[in-house]
Ligand binder design. Structure first.
Ligand code: NAD
Ligand code: TYD
Length: 339
């Protein structure tokens, strides 16, 4: 089996490529633009493997995408490539809409033209928007996205589904909750708090810090994607959650406890505009239809993630280059601490 993976140099994509390459006989072609979030250092484990090929390119480039799909004729496309960060989508929505919507369109068209047997579109629980407690979103829950990021993902989900309904393209969609684990770019909550805490930097908590997220270890997510790839039914949507809901402040407190740092590092800062209060996901359908379930305990996964960041300070230094500092200043510079 040959997969065309998009965005395989990012956080989840690279974990998926490492895992998929472990499957005997599986071949992977990785198409990635290498934006600020793409990093070939994440893939040193598979570099040089005869079953792996890397192609640098933009999923919005129809000519390149069509030529690549025509040349490689993959059995499936697993589509991770995206602008994946809510805060950046608020600061600069254009690349988010372009990659997440137009890029998905380009891939769907190429898949249709070349009769690809499976198109797995990787999406997010953020498409359901903020849920009142104690509701949990199953796959039929209404779409109610709040940020340019989540709206662009919801739009691309609908487009992908339309290709199944209209053109019978064998599309499957996965919607995962918040991922954490090694190699995550330190703009998202957990790696940002870990890397700042390890350097005794301040930990910027948006608003009151009581927003709730469901946390999924990245390898549990990738196993869920493999389960859907092999066993998912055409045209269906599958939620992939970690079954571990926590308020942000509790996550931050656990990071402080595990790094041995004081609570005085916490800085309450101006809230994110349009900030979703609570995500909660039911993965009942995936568990019922496949043998998948999330297995990583959050405390163990967090400790493992912290150890990874502790042992990979050179990786952290390299990704926090000049461009990261410019972003950091833009996002946090005008968020004066609120006591
Ligand atoms: P990431 O930001 O770490 O990586 C994104 C990758 O896509 C990078 O390698 C980047 O270079 C590549 N890319 C971006 N624009 C591209 C373009 N135009 N053409 C080709 N490549 C491009 O993202 P991630 O956290 O690994 O997320 C992967 C996918 O999973 C995304 O679709 C995201 O919406 C989804 N998702 C993420 C989470 C999460 O918690 N991170 C949760 C649920 C779903
Ligand atoms: P994030 O990792 O950006 O994921 P998402 O917004 O996609 O859920 O943020 C997770 C939660 O953490 C969210 O409620 C926003 C909050 N947050 C902070 O409080 N401070 C920060 O510096 C960041 C990046 C996030």
């Amino acid at each position: 089996m040959k997969l065309l993976v998009t965005g395989g140099a990012g956080f989840i994509g690279s974990a998926f490529v490492r895992m998929a390459m472990g499957e005997t006989g599986l071949r992977v072609v990785n198409l990635d633009k290498l934006t600020y979030a793409g990093n070939l250092e994440n893939l040193v484990d598979v570099e040089g493997n005869a079953r792996y090929r890397f192609v640098q390119g933009d999923i919005c480039d129809a000519e390149l995408v069509n030529a690549l799909v025509g040349e490689e004729r993959p059995d499936a496309i697993v589509h991770f490539a995206a602008e994946s960060h809510v805060d950046r989508s608020i600061l600069s929505p254009e690349p988010v809409v372009r990659t997440n919507y137009n890029g998905t369109f380009t891939l769907l068209e190429a898949a249709r033209l070349h009769h690809i047997a499976r198109f797995l579109h990787v999406s997010t629980d953020e498409v359901y928007g903020s849920l009142p407690a104690p509701a949990e979103a199953d796959e039929r829950y209404p779409l109610n996205p709040s940020s340019p990021y989540s709206a662009s993902k919801a739009a691309s989900d609908l487009l992908a589904r339309s290709y199944f309904v209209t053109f019978k393209l064998p599309v499957v969609i996965t919607r995962a909750s918040n991922n954490y684990g090694p190699y995550q770019f330190p703009e998202k909550l957990i790696p940002l708090m870990i890397t700042n805490a390890l350097e005794d930097g301040s930990l910027p908590v948006y608003g009151d810090g009581r927003q709730v997220r469901d946390w999924l270890y990245v390898e549990d997510h990738c196993r869920g994607i493999l389960a859907v790839l092999h066993h998912g039914r055409d045209g269906e949507i599958y939620n992939i959650g970690g079954n571990r809901s926590l308020p942000n402040l509790e996550v931050v407190h656990q990071v402080l406890a595990l790094t041995g740092k004081p609570e005085s590092l916490i800085a309450y800062v101006k809230d994110r505009p349009g900030h979703d209060r609570r995500y909660a996901l039911s993965s009942e359908k995936l568990m019922r239809e496949t043998a998948w379930q999330p297995v990583m305990n959050f405390e163990v996964g967090l400790a493992r993630t912290i150890e990874w960041y502790r042992g990979n300070s050179a990786w952290v230094e390299r990704v926090r280059s000049g461009a990261y500092r410019t972003y950091y200043e833009r996002n946090y510079g005008n968020r004066a601490a609120v006591t």
